[in-house]
Design a protein around this ligand. Structure first.
Ligand code: CU
Length: 142
């Protein structure tokens, strides 16, 4: 005889239904807790909640995103990863120039803040191939 749910005694079937229900409630509860706990944790470890993180991907021969906007006075942290080789990230106007490690070696972190409206061009500062000179983007402060 094949044992299917209909062959189980009534109280066992009730237990299965109940445990599924409890499981669902627990999952929903933990999802809710994760959402609530995150900002609190960030404050406790002293990360500035003020910093907006912008993830940037560098790849021969472009940046993604190649244009993004920040507000005047807003502090942003750019976390720049490479999808292939070493690149550079330079904003001449802001005196920023860092090396972006090659794929799998982590991100370069750069903090950027501009008080006035305007545009800041960023570009690759490490010769990376034929399209290197086209590898650039713009931060719009607006
Ligand atoms: Cu380059």
């Amino acid at each position: 005889m094949v044992l299917t749910r209909t062959h189980l005694p009534n109280y066992v079937q009730h237990m299965i239904v109940r445990s599924r229900w409890i499981g669902t409630v627990l999952i929903l509860f933990s999802v809710a807790m994760v959402g609530v706990a995150r900002p609190a944790l960030a404050e406790r470890v002293g990360e500035d909640a003020e910093v907006r993180v912008v993830n940037v991907l560098a790849e021969r021969f472009f940046f993604i995103p190649s244009r993004f906007r920040v507000k005047p006075g807003e502090l942003v942290e750019l976390r720049i990863r490479s999808a292939d080789t070493n690149h550079g990230f330079r904003i001449r106007k802001a005196g920023i120039n860092v090396v972006i490690p090659k794929r799998g070696r982590g991100a370069a972190r750069v903090r950027f803040q501009a008080d006035d409206k305007g545009t800041y061009v960023f570009e690759c500062s490490k010769a990376c191939g034929a399209g290197h000179n086209m590898m650039r983007g713009t931060i719009i402060v607006k």
